[in-house]
Design a protein around this ligand. Sequence first.
Ligand code: IPD
Ligand code: CA
Ligand code: CA
Length: 260
Amino acid sequence: MIQLLQETIQIAKRAGARIKELREDNALTEDMKYGVELVTNADLISNELIKNEILRLYPGHQILSEEDTGRNYDMDKPTWIIDPIDGTVNYANGHYQAAISIAYAEGNRVRVGVVYNPFLDELFYAAENSGAYLGVQKIHVKDITELGTALVATGFPYLKDNVPEIMGRLERVWPKVRDIRRLGSAALDICWVACGRLQGYYEASLNAWDVAAAKLIAREAGAAIGYFKEPDPAIPDCIQCNNLIVSSPRIYETLKELLM
Ligand code: IPD
Ligand code: CA
Ligand code: CA
């Protein structure tokens, strides 16, 4: 897996450099998907770059990407789970919290995860059972015991239905924690729990590509990971994503109770 990890890092860095360059050159165009989601030309360019590089190295592998959906997926096959830009709204508005997210899954488990923020030049990565890293530094969650000292991030869906349910959760959590953040990239939110910049993250509506790589990184960094609603047993664990909680282990149960 080490060679595959190195290859994935190189691909994420190339895609990261490309989306940074497109923004710096003022070469962005904007469009809408499904009537509610912003997508830029850079999302599609990054997707093509990543996909082509992977298929050149591994022609038989399956690709599950945000910008390339619509097939039936067989998670028993070697599969790459890709978000070509996580944090598109940040990206299109000139913010720095956006990343390339690439996970490699085999035998129904994510084996390698890479999340690269080209604007801060921060590379988070992990291979299964080998620890998690930010650059050359091994990372760990922050070991806290009191929910009241936790900085917790969350996210909101593009489709603005279910408002009372989402606000209800926020209303229960915010008074019990140090503060709440909405940083705009689920993949980076989870990596930030992994390296201790945040101590908790939760979000209801996600897709596998938002979180597959970051969940492995967080797990390898010692985070507790679970769901505040019973996950659908028909969905393989490696692409399970909705109602996700990632946190420092000793506040996990208290946070989960508030979210249920
Ligand atoms: C979104 C971001 C955001 C999260 C949304 C995701 P995108 O991904 O991760 O933080 O709240 O649920 O859809 O659209 O920027 O790739
Ligand atoms: Ca995303
Ligand atoms: Ca995306």
